[in-house]
Design a binder for this molecule. Structure first.
Ligand SMILES: *Cc1c(COP(=O)(O)O)cnc(C)c1O
Length: 504
């Protein structure tokens, strides 16, 4: 989204080092040029500018896949011109998406008979999946309230304050109140007891997270299911559960098959997962699966019958690419259960290498869990002189992109750094990162000392001057002023840095 412009020379035109071989005039930046340019020049200009983006493989801020096998890249390029929505023209692609839905539904233990088709849909990501799941809950609740002759204008969702921003978007866009269970010190996920206390007759669902974005921790969906079952019995309500398994949906089935978080729990009516996170596909795919047909109100489904067979659709957008669906199917058949399990076990082992390396430094508190999403979230034991934002900033110099952010209410005084371990993050890289973090700590330790030494030197030299001249103290020597300026600028710079954070 382009909401603002910053005024600088490069706003006016776009230059390229090499494009001058093909074009002599520069391009306007925000207006369409009158004339065309050669294709080589267009390529060169864009390619040059993109060199300044970070390296996706070193982007440790994101769960989203940055490496796939060349064979799959080939399939992606071959289908890049297929519009997914043209189901009559590309029935095989539609069939592949349906297979993916069924495979994932079985992975999540949907109660399906041998001849039952799973209910679910491929989306652009978990965000779209969550919008669809939320709309289904809202409509079901409204239908029930209408039938009971009760007001249906104040729907709410109960979640932890640690929810991903897409839930806040859903709440605002579709006018549902978000009731957030506050976090507390040393407990950074939704407390099921408090969540169930917050449930009322207007609650369309409780959303639990399998893999909190902030520290990767799995929320206790089983306890939530049990407590909510009791409350439903007492009140006569029928409050369901949605599980946001954006990051954990492809972890738990392989690493923790005994953990009950999915459709094995009767109140879990829908689950979303990001195919582009641990589903191991490039950005642009998510999935939402419903427990059964009854959990997806029919009036939300549009029916297309171009195929002769009925093709129900429930999405927010119409046209989209097919490549991601095809790539997801590739991963599911290429890796199989065994392959996914190996990848997830590797990720977990590399997470432990990184975690142990950080613990060895003695400088960090680890706020992630060993049995969640493979990531390490950590904060400085002592951030008086230098904080996590400065660590993140200095790590960029080594090429690492590690985000720092503050926790939501009521743990906002805690700042953490987070490193997500993906398939392409090797053990060597983990060890390298530990070494670089230690270097950064060293550098930071020296930083105030450097400033202080300079200031002291300045004082000493002014003392010398004083002694020589028999003068009175010069508190305002220009050198002292310079030192103070350096210190002030550094503080301002740090404050500015604190405003930025980006995790996804
Ligand atoms: C990443 C994430 C989302 C958003 O998913 P996208 O696939 O990026 O749209 C939602 N919830 C959680 C818990 C996440 O980690």
């Amino acid at each position: 989204m382009a909401l603002s412009k910053t005024a600088s020379e490069s706003d006016v035109s776009v230059h390229s080092t090499f494009a001058s071989r093909y074009v002599r005039t520069s391009l306007p930046r925000f207006k369409m040029a009158n004339s065309s340019i050669p294709k080589e020049a267009a390529y060169q200009i864009i390619n040059d500018e993109l060199m300044l983006d970070g390296n996706p493989r070193l982007n440790l801020a994101s769960f989203v896949t940055t490496w796939m096998e060349p064979e799959c890249d080939k399939l992606i390029m071959a289908s890049i011109n297929k519009n997914y929505v043209d189901m009559d023209e590309y029935p095989v692609t539609t069939e592949l998406q349906n297979r993916c839905v069924n495979i994932i539904a079985h992975l999540f233990n949907a109660p399906l008979g041998d001849s039952d088709a799973a209910v679910g849909v491929g989306t652009v990501g978990s965000s779209e999946a969550i919008m669809l799941a939320g709309l289904a809950f809202k409509r079901k609740w409204q239908n029930r309230r209408k039938a009971e002759g009760k007001p249906f204008d104040k729907p709410n969702i109960v979640t932890g304050a640690n929810v991903q921003v897409c839930w806040e978007k859903f709440a605002r866009y579709f006018e549902v109140e978000l009731k957030e269970v506050k976090l507390r010190d040393d407990y950074y996920v939704m407390d099921p007891v408090k969540a169930v206390e917050m449930v009322d007759e207007n609650t369309i669902c409780v959303a639990a997270i399998l893999g909190s974005t902030l520290n990767g921790e799995f929320e206790d969906v089983k306890l939530l299911n049990d407590l909510l079952t009791e409350k439903n019995k007492e009140t006569g309500w029928d409050t369901p559960i949605h599980v946001d398994a954006a990051s954990g949906g492809f972890i738990a089935p392989f690493l923790y098959p005994e953990l009950e978080w999915d459709f094995r729990l009767p109140l879990v009516k829908s689950i979303n997962v990001s195919g582009h996170k641990y589903g191991l596909v490039y950005a642009g795919i998510g999935w939402v699966i419903w427990r059964s047909k009854e959990d997806l109100p029919d009036e939300l489904i549009f029916h297309i019958n171009y195929l002769g067979a009925d093709q129900p659709t429930f999405t927010l957008n119409f046209s989209k690419g097919s490549s991601q669906v095809i790539a997801q199917y590739y991963q599911l058949i290429r890796l199989g259960f065994e392959g996914y399990k190996n990848v997830m076990e590797n990720c977990r082992e590399n997470m432990l290498v990184l975690k142990e390396g950080l613990e060895k430094s003695g400088r960090f508190n680890i706020v992630s869990k060993d049995n969640g999403v493979p990531l390490v979230a950590f904060s400085l034991k002592d951030n008086q002189l230098h904080d996590e934002f400065e660590v993140a900033d200095l790590l960029r110099r080594f090429g690492w992109i590690v985000p720092a952010y503050t926790m939501p209410a009521d743990a906002q005084h805690v700042t953490v750094l987070r490193v997500v371990i993906r398939e392409d993050f090797s053990r060597t890289l983990a060890e390298r990162l530990v070494a670089d973090i230690n270097k950064v700590l060293h550098e930071l330790d020296a930083l105030p000392a450097k400033l202080k030494l300079k200031a002291e030197a300045a004082v000493a030299s002014s003392e010398e001057v004083k002694e020589k001249n028999g003068d009175v103290g010069d508190e305002n020597s220009s050198e002292l002023k310079t030192q103070r300026k350096i210190a002030t600028r550094w503080r301002e710079y740090v404050k500015e840095k604190k405003k930025t954070s980006g995790v996804c």
